[in-house]
Design a protein around this ligand. Structure first.
Ligand SMILES: Nc1ncnc2c1ncn2[C@@H]1O[C@H](COP(=O)(O)OP(=O)(O)O)[C@@H](O)[C@H]1O
Ligand SMILES: [Mg+2]
Length: 391
């Protein structure tokens, strides 16, 4: 179970840093019969929007009916889903709340869905709670008028840190304060991100600061993907990946993973075509060792993917982290020791670092000798790495 799930608040009092929003949503439920029929929770990711909607249902002993984009697109399906919600009322005497989570995703993908949602709000006998990251999208204008707007704020650095300490206590784990500080700063108000980082770090054998830069990297790649997928292809598009601290293979994985969440139909086909050509060049580079082809890889991956669409896109898309990335990262972690050891060795015997890496099996043998280990000033971790049986 992930810690974000395990420590997801169940009651109002567990929700941190959102007192104003909690107060407003309580009032909204109490005054539902006389006031607005919908309430829109908006704010940055990981601040408790979805959580607050579910807590509200629990606290008001209501059942939650969650609708997604495809439900809203299909009138019949919508009716089908809502019918039992309405019919069961007399049977169970239980309240209901209709939740439309991440509505800004809907307006990007879908045309009719928003209109359907508006009429649903008008006809609903139950409170409708909507969540959104960004409500200033023009398409959401009518919705903004119909709903009461409640903003959730970024979680303050102190609260993020308090929450991490709370979790570590419950898990009976200890992690250096310096690391907690770094996680809290990196999270930039996103509590989900902080808790996820904390869990990842706590799983590593020697929690260290390595890997924390991953979060900054993610911010960069999200922005780059947004420019490529949503923006107009221009000369600048060619450079978007330059500012992302990732190698070509990693970039390809990110693009590959997220193409289907932005493109459909013909666009999807074109984008995959561009991506497959990236792969062709990759093969040529590898076979012919001709690095100039890297330029083409980059062009296809940025401009090629960007130009696969007919029109620019708006709205918010939450891009996914490729699952294979984690494996690459873990692998890099593993070779990190090998690198640092061969660097020390190379310096000592005056050979190039590359050569030392290539001859690592031999070096490994040489370094069985404790005197040489001491001479090279290997750290405990490096020694542990050398002593680990080869798999
Ligand atoms: N205000 C908060 N108080 C306590 N925990 C929170 C809060 N905001 C987020 N979290 C934690 O982060 C996770 C994700 O929150 P979520 O409500 O899904 O964020 P959002 O919908 O705003 O992106 C929750 O499961 C919880 O562990
Ligand atoms: Mg959410």
């Amino acid at each position: 179970m992930t810690w974000t799930e395990k420590y997801r608040p169940n009651y109002y009092e567990d929700i941190k840093g959102q007192d104003e929003a909690v107060k407003k949503i309580k009032e909204f439920i109490i005054n539902f019969k006389s006031g607005k029929k919908a309430l829109m929770l908006h704010g940055p990711p990981g601040t408790g929007k979805t959580t607050l909607a579910h807590v509200t249902a629990r606290e008001s002993e209501s059942e939650i009916f969650e609708l997604n984009a495809s439900d809203l697109r299909n009138k019949n399906k919508l009716q089908e889903i809502l019918k039992p919600a309405i019919e069961q009322k007399s049977l169970l005497q239980q309240g209901k709340i209709i939740l439309v989570d991440e509505v800004d995703g809907i307006s990007a993908v879908d045309r009719g869905g928003l209109g359907e949602l508006l009429s649903l709000i008008d006809s609903s006998e139950y409170p409708v709670i909507i969540t959104a990251n960004d409500i200033w999208n023009k398409k959401l204008n009518p919705l903004r008028k119909k709903a009461e707007l409640v903003q959730l704020k970024e979680i303050s650095y102190n609260l993020v840190k308090d929450m991490m300490i709370h979790i570590l206590r419950k898990e009976k784990l200890f992690i250096d304060n310096e690391i907690l500080t770094k996680i809290a700063i990196n999270a930039k108000g996103d509590l989900r991100a902080a808790i996820n980082d904390l869990q990842t770090i706590s799983r590593t054998e020697h929690p260290s600061l390595i890997g924390l830069d991953e979060r900054n990297k993610e911010t960069d790649i999200f922005n780059a993907l947004k420019l490529v997928f949503k923006g107009k292809p221009t000369k600048e598009t060619l450079n978007v990946f330059n500012s992302v601290n990732m190698n070509m293979d990693e970039l390809i994985l990110w693009v590959e993973e997220n193409i289907p969440s932005e493109y459909q139909g013909e666009e999807l086909a074109k984008a995959y075509d561009a991506l497959s050509k990236v792969d062709v060049f990759k093969g040529r580079i590898y076979k012919q060792q001709y690095w100039r082809f890297l330029v083409y890889e980059n062009i296809l991956l940025s401009y090629g993917i960007s130009a696969s669409k007919k029109d620019i896109k708006t709205g918010f898309t939450s891009y996914k982290k490729p699952t294979r990335i984690l494996k690459i990262w873990l692998n890099n972690q593993r070779t990190a020791k090998k690198k640092s050891i061969s660097q020390k060795y190379a310096r000592y015997v005056h050979v190039g670092h590359k050569r030392a890496m290539n001859e690592f099996p031999i070096i490994r043998n040489i370094l069985k000798n404790p005197d040489i280990r001491q001479e090279l000033r290997l750290t405990e971790e490096e020694i542990a790495y050398l002593d680990k049986p080869l798999t």
